[in-house]
Design a binder for this molecule. Structure first.
Ligand code: PNS
Length: 159
């Protein structure tokens, strides 16, 4: 059985993430969407909120599970008995960081491979940061995130 981890901050989840999840779930037997608990990073959404958003968005995909993790991704992959980490590549600008991350992880544990999927062209520009920037100015984010999340995102800026 091929179990893979799709890790990220998901603050918040975007159509780009959903595209990656849907495509990855078709490649592997089980996909664990791993949400980083990062106390140093100032997240807009709490870890519980990010996990529950992802659970809601992936409830219709039977081989997808959502989990939070703390510490090193490679340790979490081992703990989950996953042999693959999946990351999305949007543009060359992503490449340098992703290469470093993948090589570091491979040095620590060569049994876990990193696989890159090229982001669908229509989401190549999209990031959680862009969504937050747009939402903070009250801009239209309906092309960036699932409809059910729009009000939740705006609400963060009304607080
Ligand atoms: O969505 P992001 O913020 O691009 O995801 C980055 C993530 C979570 C994949 C990365 O920051 C990560 O793996 N963090 C956990 C700590 C770790 O293992 N770092 C890499 C080795 S230094």
């Amino acid at each position: 059985m091929k179990r893979a981890i799709y890790p990220g901050s998901f603050d918040p989840v975007t159509f780009g993430h959903m595209d990656m999840i849907l495509r990855s779930a078709k490649i592997v037997d089980e996909l664990i969407v791993a949400v980083l608990i990062n106390s140093a990073k100032n997240s807009l959404f709490s870890i519980e909120e990010r996990v529950s958003m992802l659970e809601e968005m992936t409830s219709g995909i039977p081989n997808v599970k959502v989990r939070s993790f703390e510490g090193l991704l490679i340790d979490f992959a081992k703990k989950m008995d996953a042999s693959l980490i999946i990351r999305g590549l949007r543009a060359v600008t992503d490449f340098e960081y992703e290469l470093q991350l993948a090589q570091t992880n491979r040095i620590v544990n060569a049994e876990v491979d990193t696989m890159f999927l090229i982001t669908s062209l229509k989401y190549a520009y999209l990031s959680s940061t862009i969504v937050k920037e747009m939402a903070s100015y009250g801009g239209d984010i309906s092309q960036f995130v699932p409809e059910q999340l729009i009000e939740r995102i705006y609400a963060k800026y009304k607080q």
